[in-house]
Design a protein around this ligand. Structure first.
Ligand SMILES: Nc1ncnc2c1ncn2[C@@H]1O[C@H](COP(=O)(O)OP(=O)(O)O)[C@@H](O)[C@H]1O
Ligand SMILES: [Mg+2]
Length: 256
């Protein structure tokens, strides 16, 4: 891999479970990879590993598989020379990284537990940070909970894309994540995206009820629903204005 140091745009897609984070992450990935010169990495930070489906990528190993394996080896009393450890982890993570054209994909696996393995966790964060430096865009499909915000991988995020459906629960989760994020991190940009809207009137009425900056919306869409039902790759979605329009709004949010 061609290693160069720069600051990528790092977008974290967060919100309540089921609101459409994975779908939006996949659409965003598709949009960003359309330009061949963009190097894009999608990181699936949801333990359920859902993003691989709409991206049409098969996961063989997650970061946590590697971490757990390493911890087992340490517990068995294997030598843990830091330099050697770093080399080994680096190699294994690059092996877990799936690549297709200008897209790379990495699945984190189940959530980190810090335990007393800070050294391993710190090494992993450093490696992910280093990997991110090779890309122009990093898309993190976050897990549902607010605790996501505290995870180490999130420290580098530049854009927080909050997704909600029409439900009060979804909107509350988005507001809570935004508050926790504001208190703990320094995101450059935060935006709210309304997904699965019934019509424009619903968008208007929900928009009036939030203090967050609304970046766009997508209507309930049968293409998305059917592609997801069949586990089909979103890169094969036909041109459709109902999808192009929300994509453009997200594009404006990340200013490209
Ligand atoms: N705009 C939409 N129109 C129709 N169905 C949608 C839309 N967005 C998401 N879905 C469906 O909602 C379900 C949950 O979406 P998903 O992206 O997996 O949510 P999350 O990652 O937030 O849990 C999926 O079955 C998906 O197909
Ligand atoms: Mg998901």
């Amino acid at each position: 891999m061609n290693r160069k140091i720069k600051s990528p745009v790092i977008i974290a897609v967060c919100g309540k479970g089921g609101v459409g984070k994975t779908s939006i992450s996949a659409l965003l990935t598709r949009m960003l990879t359309e330009k061949n010169s963009n190097r894009v990495i999608a990181i699936d930070a949801d333990p359920a590993i859902g993003l691989s489906y709409p991206l049409g990528i098969k996961v063989t190993k997650t970061v946590d598989d590697i971490r757990n394996d390493l911890i087992r080896r340490i517990e068995r009393g294997e030598k843990t020379d830091k330099k050697e450890l770093l080399k080994r982890l680096d190699y294994e993570i690059f092996e877990a990284l799936k690549e297709r054209n200008n897209l790379a994909f990495l699945a984190i696996g189940r959530p980190e537990t810090d335990g007393c393995y800070c050294q391993v966790n710190n090494l992993l964060r450093d490696i992910i940070r280093e990997i991110a430096g090779n890309f122009d865009f990093v898309i993190i499909d976050g897990e549902a909970g607010v605790e996501q915000i505290n995870r180490r991988v999130m420290e580098m995020v530049t854009h927080l894309l909050l997704v909600t459906d029409a439900s009060a629960k979804g909107r509350n989760v988005a507001a809570t994540i935004e508050r926790v994020a504001r208190e703990n991190s320094s995101f450059e940009h935060t935006g709210l995206f309304f997904n699965r809207m019934r019509d424009k009137n619903e968008v208007k009425s929900l928009q009036a009820q939030t203090d967050l900056s609304v970046i766009g919306w997508m209507l309930e869409n049968d293409l998305i629903r059917n592609f997801d039902r069949e586990g089909k790759c979103f890169f094969d979605l036909p041109d459709d204005n109902a999808i192009e329009f929300p994509q453009k709004k997200i594009k404006d949010f990340i200013q490209i």
